[in-house]
Every structure is written in C-alpha cells, then in structure tokens.
Ligand binder design. Structure first.
Ligand code: PEP
Ligand code: MG
Length: 591
C-alpha cells in the first residue's frame, strides 16, 4: 500500500457477501513461505517423519482451537464453517494426503517441507483436472488441500501466521488474497468490511465471509496499490464496488443505503413469526433444504416448517467406506428429533453424474460413461446395488419412529423404478419387524419422487398412481428439458429455469398432482428466488423448499402478492416466447 493523492477512486470486484461497510482501510500482511528442497539420507527419514508427525499434531491442535472458537459466531456462520474445519481435520488423519507425503519422504527421500509442498500441489492439480460440471466444487477441494499444505509448512518451519488483532476496530480489512483459514480468524464485530485484490467468488473464503455476515468484495485488482493506510473506503458487497476516499456525495449515498439495509433486515427478522399467506388468503408452506447437519440451527431460525429436501449425500463424503445402518439411523434420528414434530423429507442417495462420492466409487461403472448425466445416477444406481439402497431405507425407517419422515427418490424417469423401490421398502420393513429390538413407526412413511426429468413430469398422472408425493427438482429438470448443462458458456444463456418449456412442465406436474390428490413441492434453486415466487404460486405450487437463508425473503414475496396476480403472471409467463420475456413479466409485476 502506498501513499497517494486523496481523490475518490472506484474499483470493482466480486461481490461475495452483501451489505455496506464504511471504514478506514488497513492491510493485513503475511510473511512469504520459504520451502526447503533438501534431500534426506536414509538415516534421516525416521527422525524427519517424527518431525512431520509433530507438525501434523500441531496443525490438528490449531484447527481444533479454531473450531472451538466458532461457538462465539452466529449459528448460521457456524453452520457454514464447521464442515470445512471437519474436512481439514479429516485430511490430517489417516488420509490420502498424509499417505502421499510420507511416501514422498520414504521413496523419493524428500525432506518433509518439500514432500508436503509437492503432494499438496499434486493432489490439488489432480482435483482440478477431474472431469465433470462441478468446477466450483473442484476449485474448493483444490483450495482446501493447498491450504492445509500451507498450514503444515508453517508448522514445520515455524514461520508465523497472519494476525488481524493489531488492526483498528471498525477497519476495512484489506489483503492481497485471503484464505479460508484466515477468514476463520476474523472476528466479524471488529471489521466494517473486507476487500482483496485477488480471489474469486466461488471458493470457501467467499462462503465463510458470507457466513460471517461481513460486507466483502474479493478480487478487486489494483485496489491495494491505490489505497493508503487509514484512508476511508466504502465496500458495497451487493454491487462489488469499492470507493476509496469517497466524496461527500458518495459517502452520503452509502450511509443512506446502509440505513435502508438495516431497516430491511429488521423487517425480515420480524417476518419469522408471521404466516406465509398471500394477501387474499392462500397459504404456501415453506420448508428448508438441508445439505449438512450443521444447517439445522439455521433452519430453526429461518421460520421454515420442516425439511423439504434432505440431501443425504453428505453422510457418504470424506470417508473411505459407506456408513452402516446404525450410523445412518443415528444421524437421521438426530435430525428428525431436532425438527421436533415438523416433517423431514429424506432423499436417498443421489450419486453418479457430477456428484462424486469417494466411498462409493467402487459401485460406479468401471468404464467411464459417455454421458454420465444420462447414465447410471440416482435411483438407477441404487436399484443396481440393493444392499446400499436397503441399508439406507432401513436407517430411514428406524428414524421414522421418532417423528414424521417422508422418503424421496432422486432421478426417477419411469414408474417401474418407484415400484421396485417400494418392493425393497416393504422387504426392509418386514426384515426390521423380525428384529424384535428395533422400534418402527406404526405405518410405512410416504414414498415420493423427485420430478427432475421431462419423462417424470410428462408421465406424472401415471407416476401419481405409484408415488405418495412429488418434489419438483428444477435444477435437473431445467438441464434435462433444455438439454443444457449448467457449465455451458454464460453467453449461450441456454440453462434457465424460467424458460417457458420448463415452466410448462412445472405447471403440468402441479396440475396432475392436484388431480391425483397428492402433495407436490418444488425444491430446486428456483424456489429460493423471491422474484419467481408469485409465478410458482400461479403455476399451482403451494409448497416450496429452499436454503434456510431464503425463507424470509420468499415469505415476504408471498405476503406481498395475491393469488389473482400470481395466476395472471403464470398465464402470461406460459405464453411468453423466452426466459427473458418471463423475466420482464416478473419485473413489471414487482410491488
Ligand atoms: C434439483 O435437481 O432441482 C434438486 C433439488 O436436486 P439436486 O440439486 O440435489 O440435484
Ligand atoms: Mg437433482
């Protein structure tokens, strides 16, 4: 950071955490890491392995301490950060990373520093090179392994970590780059905002800053060169704009925006206790999606009534083998009990395609599929591996003795898949009944299906004869309807859940479900977009499931509209020529 003339300057980066921060800029610096490349003699290997173990133990201790500190953060922040700490701690156990590091020391005679650096880099590169659509996920996993490598290196070399404690209260924290572990050290109450010159919108750092609730803009190139220490900055976490040395007018505008935001947040908090009901009295049930058990606390605060989609994949991640029936039953039971009488919809494992689960790789087809998204995934794969499916069904049935549970099947395209699963469910039920020590619910829980293929939507009258409820998954339904992957270049704008073809399938499914008298919900990302809420209600949806954070905003959208408006909007949208036209229709109807 250097001294420059104090005139207003504007920079733009990635807006990763919303809100406005105003304060003096202070830079947090970190000494560079120096990595030794010394070769070991055979006699040095054993003592150097002991030194590595010591650094691993120190790293574990530090991370455990960081994890304990999370208790001081708001619950939703804990929910986002704790799983990442668990990933780090897992990698410091008997993991592929540590095995690789030790092999490089023993076989290539690398010193521990060089072995840690080389192995972490190799694993990060291998992760980045994996095929599949989930680029953001790969970047995150690569970032995690590099981050842990740096921590071990600092502990091996005893080089200091970054410290933020010296920075003045109310500062805008500036850094060239910020890693997730740095973000974990930040006390949110101490800072007005965060800016960095490097870094993207998709990594864990962004996730953590959002969780901390600090306005943040990452990757604003050139901002550090222009800022002098202590100069005033405005950080706009909604637009990604940073204003250095703001003029009087800019400062006034930012303060106005800040107080409007504060008022809006308070209004949303008040909404928690109010019902989700349109102005003319149509109730809409709002539920939460749960991806990690830590999100339970957030769900409780969100005002959601139950879990509309529990993605059970998390239980199979970061482990070498699939969890057994007892382990799964305990996890489901904890969640069911925490929901205290509100329903929990547990989706059986949805894996294959872009969802990679290490513990299950041996079940995947040996030869890579030409089109994994059209291949063995979801219920197709589970039906091929009855022990896996039946273990999960057994665990769910046991949890269902402790509160209302529904079972949901992913990626259904034909009725035979539902019939086969129901047969498996009945088999498991009978088997559990014979085990006298197991408590079961009085009746079998409802068995429903995700409607996320055009086939399922079009065949919904037939599927309604076999399924007890529908959950429309617009993420996949959009992809399969438009034959467009989410990773298509943004310029092509093909993947869009507001495309009228997708809306027609939603409408069709909701209408057939109503005719058949079975419940239908919608649980894709579209459910979390308040601008689309009136449209979905107009298409016949009365139950929405979304990330807990979105519940208050969606509730606000419901309370601001009427069923008449919703139905008019839906009629116009279904007749619209394009997703852009639908967006215009929605924008013109905003209150
Ligand atoms: C969907 O496809 O809309 C959905 C909710 O499932 P997932 O995002 O887990 O594939
Ligand atoms: Mg899906």
């Amino acid at each position: 950071m250097k001294q420059t003339r104090r005139r207003e300057q504007r920079f733009t980066g990635h807006p990763v955490s919303p809100g406005i921060g105003i304060g003096p800029v202070h830079e947090a610096t970190e000494p560079d890491l120096v990595v030794s490349t010394k070769k070991l003699t055979a006699a040095e290997v054993a003592p150097e392995l002991a030194r590595l173990e010591e650094a691993v133990a120190r790293s574990r201790h530090q991370l455990q301490k960081l994890k304990n500190r999370l208790a001081a953060l708001p619950e939703d922040s804990q929910a986002e950060i704790a799983p990442m700490m668990d990933v780090y701690l897992h990698m410091l156990g008997p993991s592929r990373l540590l095995r690789g590091i030790k092999a490089r020391m023993q076989e290539d005679l690398l010193c521990p520093e060089a072995a840690v650096h080389a192995e972490a880099e190799a694993q990060a590169e291998a992760t980045l090179a994996q095929p599949g659509a989930d680029r953001a996920g790969r970047n995150r996993r690569a970032e995690e392994v590099r981050e842990l490598g740096r921590r071990m290196l600092r502990n091996l070399t005893r080089q200091p970590f970054r410290s933020f404690t010296a920075l003045a209260q109310g500062s805008v924290l500036a850094a060239q780059d910020l890693r997730p572990a740095d973000a974990a050290l930040i006390q949110p109450s101490r800072f007005a905002g965060i800016i960095t010159a490097e870094g993207g919108a998709e990594g864990h750092t962004a996730v953590m800053l959002r969780a901390l609730g600090l306005p943040a803009v990452l990757g604003a190139a050139g901002v550090l060169d222009a800022a002098s220490p202590g100069s005033l900055a405005i950080v706009d976490g909604d637009t990604g704009e940073i204003v250095l040395n703001p003029s009087k007018a800019s400062l006034e505008a930012a303060r106005k925006k800040l107080s409007a935001l504060t008022r809006a947040r308070r209004a949303l908090a008040r909404l928690q206790r109010l019902p989700a009901i349109t102005k003319d009295g149509t109730p809409v049930e709002l539920q939460a999606n749960l991806e990690l058990p830590f999100e339970l606390a957030l769900i409780a605060e969100s005002g959601a009534h139950g879990i509309g989609l529990l993605r059970s994949e998390f239980m199979f991640m970061n482990r070498e083998t699939a969890p057994d029936e007892d382990t799964q039953a305990r996890i489901y039971q904890d969640i069911v009990e925490a929901m205290d009488g509100d329903p929990v919809t547990i989706r059986v494992l949805d894996w294959g395609s872009d969802k990679e689960v290490d513990a299950l790789s041996r079940y995947l087809p040996e030869a890579p599929e030409a089109n994994p998204a059209l291949g063995l995934r979801g219920i197709r794969l589970l039906l091929r591996h009855p022990p896996l499916l039946e273990t999960q069904l057994a665990a769910i049935l046991r949890a269902a003795a402790h509160g209302p549970v529904r079972i949901l099947l992913p990626m259904v395209s034909v009725a035979a898949e539902v019939q086969a699963t129901r047969e498996a469910l009945t088999r498991v039920w009978r088997r559990l009944k014979r085990r006298k020590t197991i408590t079961l619910p009085e009746t079998l829980p409802p068995l429903g299906i995700m409607v996320e293929t055009p086939a399922a939507a079009l065949a919904s009258p037939v599927l309604a004869l076999h399924a007890d409820f529908f959950a429309i998954g617009t993420n996949d339904l959009t992809m399969y309807t438009l034959a467009a992957d989410r990773s298509l270049p943004a310029g092509m704008k093909l993947y869009d859940p507001l495309e009228p073809a997708v809306l027609r399938l939603i409408h069709l499914t909701a209408s057939f479900a109503a005719d058949a008298g079975i419940p239908v919900s919608l649980c894709g990302e579209l459910a979390a977009r308040p601008q689309a809420t009136p449209l979905l209600v107009g298409l016949g949806i009365r139950q929405l499931s979304m990330h807990g954070n979105a519940v208050p905003l969606v509730k606000q959208a419901i309370r601001a509209t009427s069923l008449r408006t919703c139905e008019r909007l839906a009629g116009d949208a279904l007749a619209a020529p394009s997703a852009d036209a639908v967006r215009d229709i929605l924008a013109s109807a905003e209150p």
